[in-house]
Design a protein around this ligand. Structure first.
Ligand code: UDP
Length: 242
């Protein structure tokens, strides 16, 4: 395939949940088969000539807010959450390596024996060499989310688009899991997302994308080939614009 890719560079936000299995007893941690599927999807996009940076979540291990509700101090709980994302990042790096895709982890909290620290210019150099860069530890600050880290890094690396890959195949007017009549949007604006409180990302992350004119697509990573179709320019899932 010699056709020019639709996007030069994308930032993929993967929730921690995207690495966990779908069976009730596998919803915690990392499921080997799910991890392999996700890495295959990323690998196809990289091999098609689009640069891919990844921001990985940690919710399959730990979420700061939920932990702080049960008594752990919020900032401490958030640091635990950030460290959870480092575990996921290492797993994705390894999964990509296994299918012949070079990847580097850059952590916003330096953990020198296991990852590079976040250095923007170095990340850009890796991307230009066709390596996947996996950003771990979110923004490095408590009280933020990895969704906000994704909005921030997407802007920093001049990504053409932010892709939020979840278990749901787009943005709906109400929760599609509990409402059979929920309607999926093809396209919405960030202001509509904020005003109608649509469940996409937290308000900080949405505002950052809106103010930096960063387009976003929400799609399901579990739907085989959807990431590749999106990278090829197909209107997969929901497009959100300023
Ligand atoms: N976190 C944080 N600062 C950040 C990013 C993440 O404190 O910049 C913490 C926060 O406690 C969060 C946890 O890391 O709950 C895991 O990240 P997140 O919930 O965003 O993961 P996801 O829902 O995408 O799996």
């Amino acid at each position: 395939n010699t056709s020019k890719p639709s996007f030069r560079r994308i930032l993929l936000k993967l929730s921690g949940e995207a690495l966990a299995g779908s069976d009730e007893d596998k919803k915690f941690g990392i499921d080997a088969k799910t991890l392999d599927n996700v890495c295959q999807e990323i690998g196809r996009v990289v091999k098609s000539g689009t640069q891919v940076a990844v921001v990985i979540g940690g919710g399959n291990f730990f979420r700061g807010i939920s932990a702080s509700e049960s008594g752990i101090e919020r900032a401490t709980a958030d640091y635990i959450g950030m460290l959870a994302t480092v575990m996921n990042a290492l797993a994705v790096q390894q999964g990509l390596k296994q299918i012949g895709v070079e990847a580097r982890v850059q952590s916003a909290i330096p953990i020198s024996p296991v990852s590079e620290p976040y250095v923007r210019l170095r990340a850009l150099k890796h991307l230009n060499m066709g390596r996947v860069v996996i950003f771990a530890a979110g923004t490095g600050n408590p009280y933020f989310t990895t969704d906000t880290a994704a909005s921030l890094r997407a802007a920093e690396i001049n990504a053409d688009i932010l892709v939020k890959a979840t278990k749901v195949d787009g943005v709906y007017d109400k929760d599609p899991v509990h409402n059979a009549d929920a309607v999926r949007y093809d396209q919405v604006t960030y202001d509509e997302v904020l005003q109608q409180r649509l469940n996409v990302m937290d308000a900080t992350a949405i505002a950052l994308c809106r103010d930096n004119n960063m387009p976003m697509r929400v799609l399901s990573i579990g739907e085989e080939g959807s990431l590749m179709r999106m990278a090829a320019g197909e209107p997969v899932g929901t497009l959100i614009t300023s």
